[in-house]
Write a protein that binds this ligand. Structure first.
Ligand code: CP3
Length: 352
């Protein structure tokens, strides 16, 4: 069944690229827009559906994951869906004891801190990815012309959760390990690259039109450490999809100093958070790279005139780059009024 993006039945998605095409090129004259964490607690329909189901169980239920993915596409008319899952899902599927604690994030029963801990990590069994493949395939079939984005966590962000055992302020233990035991660190990063790369590849093979690598916490690294201890593993993760011909977005927060290095691991599009303007990001990228971002999530709670002026400024600055995908600088906060997101989509689509 074809699924159309317009809530109101208007075919403003007419002429959109088919699922094989890049989401980074607008053929409709408007800036394409989607939101990181567009599925989730900001939506009452999500909260209702998730009632009584643990986060990771929801991720492994193909029908539920698919429905949650479609909810924000229907409601907001965004130009892409992003598959509902989590960066720790491939770790779980590789046998790691992880839970997602509401209000906290991923928590690991056995943090990975020594060479022996790393040696115990197992590769992912491809058969374990079946619920992901099925969830993506169902979603792509429902979305019709609207592209679906697959995603994975970058090795550094995954390793920082694994080493810390959970969320941390500045990834101190992980950043110490890379210097204290570089061989242990590299083995951990290589393992994470292959596990997360397999998760990403499964989604693309099942039909996603693009892939996004989330290195959310890379901004805690110096450029020198990023290049020496992190970039090789991110490049390795992306080699898992390099033959599949989909555009790759690479995103992190606080990465103003890392933008070009993050592109150079093999990304087509660089995601930028709110801390620098897109015009400056474009300059740092040499004017050759499509950018994604960077509405400040804090502005979602401000009065519409302030938010509207901010979004228009983001679009104006983004127009200096060779291409721009409008998005937030980080995920949708759970307290966001979803009507505000719909309004941003209408603004981007030239309807306001
Ligand atoms: O963007 C989307 O709509 C797709 C789904 C998605 C989720 N997590 C669903 C989710 C994506 C792309 C992610 C990626 C993710 N997960 C990242 C990278 C992006 C980022 O935000 O920096 C990270 C760091 C995680 C780890 C993680 N998982 C955190 C920090 C949390 C929040 C914990 C909390 O309750 O505040 C999660 C849980 C999570 N992942 C939720 C959702 C919708 C909330 C779970 C719930 O509804 O109970």
């Amino acid at each position: 069944r074809a699924f159309r993006a317009g809530r109101d039945g208007h075919s403003r998605d007419e002429g959109h690229t088919a699922s094989a095409g890049p989401v980074t090129t607008s053929r409709t004259g408007h800036v394409p827009v989607w939101f990181m964490r567009q599925a989730g607690r900001s939506l009452p329909e999500y909260r209702a559906l998730r009632e009584g189901t643990a986060m990771l169980d929801a991720c492994l239920d193909p029908a539920m994951a698919s429905e949650i993915t479609l909810q924000p596409v229907r409601r907001h008319g965004v130009d892409a869906g992003i598959f509902f899952s989590d960066i720790v899902v491939p770790l779980l599927l590789a046998g790691v004891d992880v839970d997602i604690v509401p209000g906290t994030g991923p928590v690991f029963a056995d943090p990975v801190r020594t060479a022996a801990d790393v040696a115990r990590l197992r590769p992912i069994d491809p058969a374990a990815l079946a619920p992901i493949t099925e969830g993506v395939a169902r979603t792509v079939a429902e979305l019709g012309q609207t592209p679906l984005i697959g995603f994975a966590g970058a090795p550094f962000t995954l390793a920082s959760y694994l080493v810390e055992g959970g969320p941390s302020k500045d990834q101190l233990r992980a950043r110490t390990l890379m210097h204290a035991e570089p061989e242990t660190w590299q083995a951990l990063m290589d393992w994470a690259a292959d596990v997360t790369g397999a998760f990403l590849r499964a989604q693309v093979l099942a039909g996603t039109s693009a892939a996004q690598l989330f290195d959310s916490w890379a901004g805690s690294l110096s450029l020198a450490d990023y290049e020496a201890y992190v970039a090789p593993a991110s490049r390795r993760a992306l080699t898992h999809v390099a033959d599949l011909d989909v555009p790759v977005v690479h995103f992190g927060t606080g990465t103003g100093e890392l933008l070009a290095a993050m592109r150079d691991v093999g990304a087509d599009v660089v995601g930028v958070d709110h801390r620098i303007g897109l015009a400056e990001a474009n300059r740092r990228l040499g004017g050759t790279t499509v950018v994604q971002g960077n509405i400040d999530p804090a502005l979602l709670g401000a009065p519409w005139p302030a938010l509207e002026a901010h979004v228009r400024e983001v679009i104006a600055q983004g127009s200096e780059a060779p291409g721009h995908v409008l998005n937030l600088g980080h995920g949708v906060p759970p307290t966001t009024d979803p009507e505000v997101l719909t309004r941003i989509v209408r603004l981007a689509h030239g309807e306001l």
